[in-house]
Design a protein around this ligand. Structure first.
Ligand code: ATP
Ligand code: MG
Length: 392
């Protein structure tokens, strides 16, 4: 008997002739995510990923890592043994003994992908169920309403035994690398990390840009953004974070534009600069964390004025979500506790008291013409700092 890990994948199955290419991306991503943890073998057979030959004490951490890899829908630890009934019984008794030694309703479900196995699925389920029932006095067989489902799958490489209810859910989505690259405008807030995670989940590689207003925002605010990037990198394996100095632009806006337009014009600078960074590094879209009506700068008119300054598509995956839903997602992906740390973001420092709710493009353009936008942008771009972020 040896322990192995089986992962199921979702949407990749629908990929027809391109499926092997997506499967390769998935196995490559798994290998790279496990390479610092344990040697192992990763392979695909019959629409499942198998990980085996890992260090015996590393199974749980392998499962944990795999639960963060996009493309996988569920992960299960299983015992692998020879396709021989007596061996399967022995393995199930040994591998599942803790779970079967407590009072519980159970059933056995068998799958026979290898049709040369002498018992069919029903026979195997009945025979194995009988053996386990005899061996463990606390469990009772209940095929209609089981608490524990002992799975036995006869596959090419051998027989696999596990408990279905112990399956760990995966992230779903598509493997990173399958969906080109986008650039996330990452603030220190709750929303943008969630937006980045949602787009990465679709297989898109994510770079991030943060606008930073030293000395109005502190080094701790910067560390917070780096920390958020690290959390997102748990799912994407690594991330490039571009820190853009933004103070000069904000001071210019404050001094030369009406206060009520401050946030809008600031956001337009962010979009233009991010698009330039994105184009320079092969990104095909920007990602931001707005949802309609959440704040003054997120009315439809404000979004129009903000997005009008660039040609690149702007992906706003939270656009129809309530704050509560976004918070729930942030908690689930692990960014929430960091996002709520109280360090000021550059937008918070320069917030107008009465922001413009219904701005018009022409009016904003007129106001913005008081600024030398090109020179300010060039100066900011010249000061960009690149940080390569890896998960802890
Ligand atoms: P978040 O919680 O992501 O900060 P928010 O609700 O505070 O979002 P805004 O401050 O209006 O919204 O910002 C809208 C979007 O603009 C953010 O979701 C983010 O994508 C981007 N953004 C805002 N501030 C910054 C910043 N300092 N650096 C990079 N991107 C930013
Ligand atoms: Mg914000």
């Amino acid at each position: 008997m040896r322990e192995t890990i089986i992962a199921k994948y979702g949407e990749i199955i629908l990929k027809g002739g391109n499926r092997p290419r997506f499967e390769k991306m998935l196995t490559d991503n798994i290998k790279s995510s496990l390479k610092n943890i344990t040697p192992c073998r990763v392979w695909i057979c019959q629409a499942a990923v198998y990980v085996d030959e890992f260090d015996a004490d590393k199974a749980d951490i392998v499962v944990e890592r795999m639960s963060m890899i996009f493309g996988i829908t569920s992960i299960t630890k299983a015992a692998l043994c020879e396709k021989e009934f007596s061996e399967i019984v022995r393995t199930a008794k040994e591998y599942l003994k803790e779970d079967l030694s407590r009072p519980a309703r159970f059933k056995v479900e068998a799958k026979r992908a290898d049709k040369s196995f002498p018992l069919n699925s029903t026979q195997l389920a009945i025979e194995l169920g009988g053996e386990l029932d005899d061996a463990f006095s606390d469990i009772v067989c209940d095929v209609h309403n089981p608490e524990i489902t002992v799975m036995c799958e006869i596959r090419e490489a051998g027989a696999y035994v596990y408990i279905r209810e112990k399956r760990v859910p995966g992230q779903g989505g598509m493997p990173i690398g399958s969906g080109s690259k986008a650039t996330l405008l990452l603030s220190g807030g709750i929303d943008s990390p969630v937006a980045g995670h949602m787009i990465a989940k679709r297989g898109v590689t994510i770079d991030a840009v943060n606008f930073f207003s030293f000395p109005y925002t502190s080094d701790r605010a910067k560390e917070k953004v780096i920390e958020l990037a690290k959390i997102i990198a748990r799912y994407t394996s690594k991330m490039k974070l571009y820190i853009v100095p933004f103070t000069e632009i904000q001071l210019n806006i404050r001094d030369k534009c009406p206060e009520e337009y401050m946030t809008l014009i600031m956001r337009r600078f962010m979009m233009r600069i991010s698009e330039k960074i994105a184009l320079a590094h092969g990104s095909k879209a920007l990602v931001t964390g707005e949802s309609v009506g959440q704040v003054a700068s997120q009315t439809l008119a404000a979004l129009d004025v903000t997005n009008a300054v660039i040609d690149m598509p702007v992906l706003q995956p939270l656009i129809g979500m309530d704050k509560i839903e976004v918070i729930q997602r942030a908690e689930k992906i692990g960014t929430y506790d960091t996002s709520i740390l109280p360090y000021e973001d550059c937008c918070t420092v320069f917030t107008p008291k009465h922001p413009k709710l219904n701005p018009k493009r022409s009016e904003v353009e007129r106001i913005e013409s008081a600024l030398d936008t090109e020179a300010l942008e060039a100066e900011a771009l010249a000061g960009v700092e690149l940080i390569e972020v890896y998960p802890d």
